[in-house]
Design a protein around this ligand. Sequence first.
Ligand code: TXA
Ligand code: MG
Length: 351
Amino acid sequence: MNTRIIRLDPGNIDMDKLETAAEVLRGGGLVAFPTETVYGLGANALDSEAVAGIFRAKGRPSDNPLIVHIAEREQVGELAAFTPPNAVILMEAFWPGPLTLVMPKSARIPDSVTAGLGTVGVRMPMHPVALALIRAAGVPVAAPSANTSGRPSPTSAQHVMEDLMGKVDVIIDAGPAAVGLESTVLDITSEPATILRPGGITPRQVEELLGAVQIDPALTVGMSESAVPRSPGMKYTHYSPKADVIIVEGEARAVADKIGRLVEEYKSKGITAGILATDQTRHSYPAGTVISMGDREQPETIAANLFGCLREFDELQVGVILAEAVDDTGIGLAIMNRMRKAAGNRVIRAE
Ligand code: TXA
Ligand code: MG
């Protein structure tokens, strides 16, 4: 398949070019497009043939449901069987934005979108190009992250090209994604509502509006092997770079010492270590290939860079990645969740 690249300036969208992409969506094709979280791979959510194409292009397991993206709040009416009162409160507060609401699904949505579940995840993205595209297409757009299944989510069009060139009809390039981690997935069919995947909207922000929120036990500390995540996607080893990832947590000095010793150990076995550090610690390492994820004082910068750093280590072909843990409050919960997924939960405590 010949993949067309369409470049758009989010501040001044060329509507003719955008219409070309919208037409592809209406015609049952696949369009990768930017959102404020990560790039998505879109298809008409009401066209099960088109949706099947998403699973093929990504190599995605068919039991993992897709999020449906909309541009107007009224579109929820045709996707959800009914709109729970909590949904209205949350939509008013956080849409457009990085919050996916899991609601009872309407009969119009093909089973392939929801992987046969009785619920559907819906989100209104904040990116101007995403909103304009969905509006121009005139249909709700099913879109997972636009990566090959198992690879880190794409935060730039370049990442999408690495994974999906020749497998999709259009890739829209509108610069880097701002948030860098996928949306918070919140199941509002449970009482209290349950965070199935942490993201840009924090548990505290949801709690302030709903009074209470629970976090899917499968996401919390240790992530016991027995806990089965309710969000099917969370059971897969996601976000994995090619090298093994090991997280080192503890007090800053102890972490740097521990990673330093591990680098030497690997070196003696002929293995090059990549070190995922931060602006504050990047100079603590005399050996190994160091990349900074960002500033610990501004964890949003770490969120924005994490997936790109993991892809960079793939290119550098390091044998192992040693990652400094970060504080898991606020957006840090989402950062550490993705890091643990990338590490297959291998966490070492530095004493
Ligand atoms: O920020 C995002 O959410 C990005 C952009 C493109 O919008 N999309 C994204 O989609 O991350 P994807 O498919 O990579 O991740 C969707 C997650 C999966 O873990 C999936 O299992 C979960 O949401 N999910 C979707 N529908 C669900 C449902 N009805 N019930 C429970 N989990 C659901
Ligand atoms: Mg994904």
